[in-house]
Ligand binder design. Sequence first.
Ligand code: TXA
Ligand code: MG
Length: 345
Amino acid sequence: MLLLRTDPLKPDADVIRFAAEVLKRGGIVAAPTETVYGLFTHAYSDGGCAKVFKAKERPPDNPLIVHVDSVEMAAQIAYIPEEIVDVLRRIWPGPITLVMKSRGAVSRCVTAGLDTVAVRAPAHPIPLAIIKELEAPIAGPSANKAGRPSPTTAEHVVEDLNGEVDVIIDGGPTFFGVESTIIDVTRKPPILLRPGPFTVEELEKYFGPVEIPPVARGLIETDVALAPGMKYKHYAPNTPLVIVHFDLSLAVETLRSKGLKVAVLCATGRCTNADVVIKMGDDLYEVAKNLYRSLRELDRFSVDIGVVPAVEETGIGLAIMNRLRKASGHREAFNLGQLLKYGLA
Ligand code: TXA
Ligand code: MG
């Protein structure tokens, strides 16, 4: 395995050429995007795709996102609904993935045999340069082991996939820190499958009204009818985590008075004394950027419980709450009674 460092804004041409060579030969490459690190294969390679699933320990019925450099390249693998071609020209590259009817061009392994394909153009010079060099799309999931938080640094990728990847490109920490927004445009109105940095408020400006099912808010875990990946558990730290909707200091003091060792994940100015304090950030973008690193950190301290304040579900806050609900196994406390139920369970 090779770890290559390069400037995320001016990627080294030799590093890009080398990554493209590895992909051409059916190898797999981890690289940053503007959201999280991805684990990439040539999108037409059955062998490369199989390696991605094996390294990630991903169930074979959970399809990958195909990354393209242009609307033209997307049109080679998906039937783009005519009315959204111009929309895509305006919103790509960016952290927004569209589920569309597949042309059957990419490896069946990539789409897990579905007749739809998820496509996005990443707004990051490294994957864009690799796609251009390869003259083909690259498919990949987040570069974590299945069930672990998505990686936002190359170190996280090494933590999870050391020795199982041909090349890891270290382009520094990713910008947004949460995965792309996914919408299914095969349905009318389009359905939000996963909230992300491209907000619902923005989506509706381009696509009109968008349906937001309870799974997209993270309120329930599974809706196999909407997206195959939803039946799998995600990003759960080993330490129990509770989302607190009331006074955070009161929550922490109460848990500590019961003899529990408590960690607090601070968000948007809501912080308090605890046995361990992990600062995520003062605004929602900072919180998103530091969310997965904070969840990984939580397990490094031997605390009995972690608490995190709820954030407002607007803008990128919808993506944050979706990830927090999954990470907490849907433990949300609106009062002390509920908190104690979780804390003393
Ligand atoms: O920001 C991102 O989207 C990152 C970077 C690397 O691009 N990728 C990412 O991939 O988060 P992954 O595999 O961790 O999540 C992709 C999700 C999965 O939940 C999968 O089930 C869903 O997209 N998906 C892929 N193809 C689909 C399809 N045809 N229909 C419905 N859902 C699909
Ligand atoms: Mg993932």
